[in-house]
Design a protein. Structure first.
Lengths: 472, 472
């Protein structure tokens, strides 16, 4: 008994909403629901409006409620009109409040009302299993959870959500690629309690673990790895064809498992409520970069305001393409990261062992017993204007020394960003933004930007420290 | 008929000694033989003195005769005395001429008499097959060749030797690790002519080719790769237990095969008599190094005068150890080379993509499902004073960024040379010489030394050009 009971008791109290918070949130939810209903009627839209998500399920974490209002429209409305028609109505209902479009398979509206996030989400009113879009399942998720959750398990869900937030793995959106709220509910229903979830994650989840609460595949679990290719398989209770952990990043999963292990070894409230790390001062971050001794390249650019999930998708895809190109050109990539203020400012970060390579590199031919291939190899390289030395024989092969196309990583990134563009796997939005203005900074060059952007400073501080906060 | 007959006819004339050269060499050989015999008698040594080697076999290349005089002593003389006793006698016979000790399994004497190299080599007078040292076979080689060679095949041997010298693969000593003179004779006896040797080498020699003139293993050739581990197996006609190509370097073998291919495609006298390449001027070599864009480190040192074969053995062994150490510390080694004036001055050359690395490097742990190994990995690295960042999770493993022990290749080489010494695989003679004075130069730092040492300049010019001269 190293205090795990005490930790859970204290955390349990802090995640459970008080009567007054409950009253405030539920009151706002009711008012917003009525408002959307009125607006739907006024527009003559045939839509069922209902409250869904964690407030409907009473599983929100104290202080962090989101209100999700779903507009279920008939399947007869064409898919391409769904967003536009419903968003128009939705926008009216939150007129005067800060709002922006977001995206999860199709667009929805996010607004901030009295300090609470309100999502207004269109979907189709379908029968179970006849989904037209993936959000069509949400009302069924709500009903499923409400039929099974108890006061006790609702508390466990809240603990699990807060723990996942604390260790940085909560959130199914592209940016995080972590665990969704519904997944937390399913895990809790499966294992019965927060402690059991953490215990299973820490000790029992292996490469092909399957979570199948409703037993859709009972007795046939070994077929599942062929059906679903992911490091953890979680069958949606209301849809046997859907793996709830398909978009969970393998690194997020591992982080969760490790955090669970550490928590069970050394339980502490800080897993749930981690102390904020102060960002490094400008001087400290400069020192930290010097200490790294690496070349950190920052690609800074601005875009028109874009739906965040689309932007994150492009940022990550572009980052992967650029890492591949850097590696193909012999740069040793230590790590890469992406940052966005989710409005206009974005940054791709590439940490390299060194941003400069030797001006030349060695080209090694095929095995010498392949006579024809060697003749081609020699013909090509003997006449190359880039040749500076060779050929000589080394370990049974011809070798040449030739000038590199890119000995400097910054030039390579510039070429990829500004000349090759989408051919090099750069996302369309980024391609356009790069052309309007791309700055590539190296190490200390970033310090000015760092001092002017606290959000970026927090990101870069965490990046350079590297350690998950729960290891402190 | 692209002139191969003409080329061979012209080369044949040039490699064959004239009557006057023959008279001069054979006369000197006789006189030296008599001198050694007289000195042996005077010393009361029980030794049979005889002429061996290419002059005895009439296979020397015009203008390049060496005179080999063998002193065959009874097997009763202890091995450790053989060198000393015989060398004392040998030294007397060439008193007043430049001379130095050399080494091939045991010591022998090399002297220069009237511009001709004379080797006086002690060995045991044994029966065939009862060898006490490997030079005991030489008289049997002489007799074997003389029984079988004709005027015609002697000319073919001369062509082969000169071709091998021209393309740089002749010489069995450690420095070259190429083809011996006796091997040229065996190859000629096997294939009948120079053209057949080149044709077989170019088109037919594969990984496990066997040359077994006397058919010692007839019908059992497939057993040979298990008995002899080498890329070409040549059974000594007079000793079935000996592979004459055991010490042939795989790169020399490949160079010979490629040179044969090129010669047959494009026959030319320059394979036999390559034009001398002039070394680069100091300005040109500086330009060439800049063009390479690499970091070339030169370890310069001096030693007491040492038997060349022993020195080359230590130079190559040390070079390999240092290359391994550089690679283990993440330096990308393009090439390494060794130079020696075979007296006191020596140099090890290491060409690196870069002699400086990032101050830190990434350490990646075991797969995360290995719980115990990961705990050890974390314990070790979390507490390391070299840690600058991490751990973070990357591709299913923990990763740390830590300071390198050696980010600069010169410091690493200095540490290996001066502190670790023989523990790091550095030869004893080099270890002692390093302590007396080791200079490590990088790129242009070498230019002063270059301009003062024409022999070194020729070596470095060939190194930086890289191409075999027969590819010009």
């Amino acid at each position: 008994m190293t205090g795990i009971e005490e930790v859970l008791s204290e955390a349990g109290q802090r995640v459970t909403p008080s009567a007054s918070e409950r009253e405030r949130i539920e009151g706002l939810a009711k008012r917003m629901l009525a408002k959307v209903q009125a607006e739907v009627q006024r527009a003559g839209l045939d839509a069922e409006v209902r409250l869904d998500g964690s407030v409907a399920k009473d599983t929100w974490v104290s202080g962090e409620a989101d209100i999700d209002i779903f507009m279920r429209v008939p399947a007869s409305i064409p898919r391409e009109d769904l967003g536009e028609i419903c968003l128009k109505v939705a926008r009216k209902t939150v007129e005067g409040y800060p709002q922006r479009e977001r995206f999860a398979e199709h667009p929805y509206l996010e607004a901030w009302v009295d300090g609470i996030r309100v999502n207004i989400v269109p979907c189709y009113k379908t029968k179970k299993g006849e989904w037209k879009s993936s959000t069509d399942r949400t009302p069924f998720h709500t009903d499923y959870a409400n039929e099974r959750l108890t006061d006790q398990t609702r508390r466990e869900v809240r603990l699990l959500k807060r723990f996942m937030k604390g260790v940085g793995v909560y959130g199914a959106e592209i940016k995080t690629a972590g665990f969704s709220g519904y997944l937390c509910e399913v895990l809790t229903l499966k294992y019965g309690s927060f402690r059991n979830v953490t215990h299973s994650a820490a000790e029992k989840w292996t490469r092909n673990s399957v979570i199948d609460v409703e037993g859709h595949y009972r007795g046939r679990e070994d077929e599942l790895p062929r059906l679903f290719d992911s490091p953890l398989i979680t069958i949606d209770p209301i849809d046997r064809g859907r793996n709830l952990t398909a978009s969970l990043s393998p690194d997020r999963l591992e982080e969760f498992k490790l955090a669970c292990r550490c928590f069970l070894l050394n339980p502490s409230l800080s897993f749930f409520f981690p102390p904020k790390r102060a960002p490094y001062s400008v001087e400290e971050i400069g020192h930290k970069m010097t200490e790294h001794g690496t070349s950190i390249l920052f690609m800074l650019f601005e875009s028109e305001e874009v739906v965040p999930d689309i932007m994150w998708g492009q940022l990550y895809r572009t980052q992967r393409s650029l890492v591949n190109a850097l590696q193909q050109n012999d740069f040793l990539v230590v790590r890469a990261a992406a940052w966005s203020d989710e409005k206009r400012r974005h940054c791709l970060v590439f940490e390299l062992e060194s941003s400069g390579l030797a001006a030349t590199r060695r080209y090694v031919g095929p095995s010498l017993d392949r006579i024809r291939e060697n003749r081609n190899f020699l013909d090509k390289h003997l006449n190359s204007p880039r040749r500076v030395s060779g050929p000589w024989i080394q370990h049974g092969r011809w070798a040449f020394q030739e000038k590199r196309e890119f000995a400097d990583a910054r030039s390579l990134l510039q070429d990829l960003a500004l000349r090759q563009g989408s051919k090099a796997g750069i996302g369309r939005i980024l391609e356009a933004s790069f052309k309007k203005g791309l700055e590539i900074f190296r190490n200390e060059d970033i310090l000015g930007y760092y001092s002017e952007n606290p959000e970026f400073a927090a990101f870069l501080s965490q990046y350079l420290d590297g350690r998950p906060i729960w290891l402190d």
